[in-house]
Design a protein around this ligand. Structure first.
Ligand code: MN
Length: 239
């Protein structure tokens, strides 16, 4: 018992020293409340989907991440730092931390990337609006490229708008709960800071949209929280 306690403490200290909290992105290991009522995104995203998505799926990622970290002897960590440098976590728990850490981070941001329709700006403004126009020609062209990245993702995964290391905008996609911050998992050219992400797992839309993923994506644009997305872009390019 004593020996085991010592082992887990020293492993935690070692892991802790390798896992440096990431600046503006730091998150808790617990699930923050939804920033709006589950029915607030209707009719675009229905309340039952939100309740199950937040209360069951996201909650399970948090619980399983907690279990994996306990097994790894890590008692404190910034989940964003964890998933950014998976090589720093014990190999035995690496896959579980990749899947559930990714799940926790992705969903925490996903809730913030949405807001009730009509509650904020209708599109990207300021620096982000200009950068999207420069990169993709127009907002509509950007939406088309991003929507296709989500529609074409085979099986479960995410579509992303990222800011690359050199500050460029890029649309990418990842399978499962992978995140563009995951070095060594995501191809180098697709690494970057997520500015906006769209969950295209069936659990995100199936109750309302069934097999019509493109309809879900088209409706989702109505609930994008452009104020938050703009804020995250400005933080990302400020470095
Ligand atoms: Mn999801």
């Amino acid at each position: 018992m004593k020996r085991r306690a010592f082992f887990s403490t020293s492993t935690a200290a070692l892991a802790g020293s390798l896992i440096v909290p990431a600046r503006s992105h730091a998150l808790d290991l617990t699930q923050a409340p939804l920033p709006y009522a589950p029915e607030a995104l209707e009719p675009h995203i229905d309340a039952l989907t939100m309740n199950i998505h937040f209360g069951k799926h996201h909650a399970a990622y948090v619980k399983n991440l907690d279990g994996a970290l306990k097994a790894a002897g890590i008692d404190k960590a910034d989940p964003v730092a964890l998933i950014s440098d998976l090589k720093a976590v014990p190999e035995a728990q690496r896959t579980a931390i990749r899947n559930n850490g990714g799940g926790h981070v992705n969903h925490t941001w996903f809730w913030k990337w949405m807001a009730p329709a009509g509650s904020g700006p209708k599109g990207p403004e300021g620096k982000l609006g200009a950068a999207i126009q420069n990169t993709f020609t127009s907002i509509d062209d950007f939406k088309k490229i991003f929507g296709e990245a989500g529609a074409k993702r085979f099986g479960s995964g995410w579509a992303w708008l990222i800011a690359t290391k050199d500050g460029r905008l890029k649309v990418t996609s990842t399978p499962n709960q992978d995140n563009p911050l995951m070095k060594g998992v995501v191809e180098d050219e697709n690494l970057g800071t997520p500015i906006l992400g769209l969950d295209v797992w069936e659990h995100a839309y199936y109750l309302k949209y069934q097999n019509k993923r493109p309809d879900y994506i088209a409706a989702w644009w109505n609930v994008v929280n452009w104020a938050e997305v703009t804020k995250q872009y400005e933080a990302a390019v400020k470095g």
